[in-house]
Design a protein around this ligand. Sequence first.
Ligand code: MN
Length: 217
Amino acid sequence: MENVSPKKIYLTPLPYSKSALQPYISEETLHYHHDLHHAAYVNRLDELIEGTPFAAMSLCDIIRHSDGAVFNNAAQVWNHTFYFSQLAPSPKRAPEGVLLEAIKQEFGGVEELVRTMTSHAMQLFGSGWVWLSANNKGQLYIEARSNAGTPLVDDLHPLIAIDVWEHAYYIDHRNARAKGIEALWKVLDWSVAEARYCKALDEKRCRAREQRAESCL
Ligand code: MN
């Protein structure tokens, strides 16, 4: 009886109903993507870490200190929670404030940012993720990472993730990856990216910028 371990890793519920993102992401896609794919990573990780030092770590620490199957499943658990939480049925359609300033400075504008991230996603061979991240100074980066790759391992602060695994778009768009990515932008809530960006900056810097930009979150 004492060998029965409590569950360590949980599946974060979707912050909206599975039909809420239609017509851009179908209820069937969210069912498979969240209830089956995401849940499978959670359950597999829970099995893998049982009775190991990882069982006492936070999910982020597991990601930063593991490799192989533990890393793959832990990173996919985190990546998917991050991915689903940036989507909304009535999203903020464009960034403002400090994030908009940084996007203009780094990429020229939001359209260019969207085009660059989409291009990275189209060119990624096989499965993986495209990330918009910030460093501690607020500088922005776009990059593609294969499989479970996540910017967390490099101490970057992710702001937006595009899931380029076929399971993210195949039910709705079959092999048309471009259509899946186009649909994703329609439900991306820029207010979430703005909040993540402000967290990435230290408080003082964020407040100072906020006063100049008059809109931070
Ligand atoms: Mn996925």
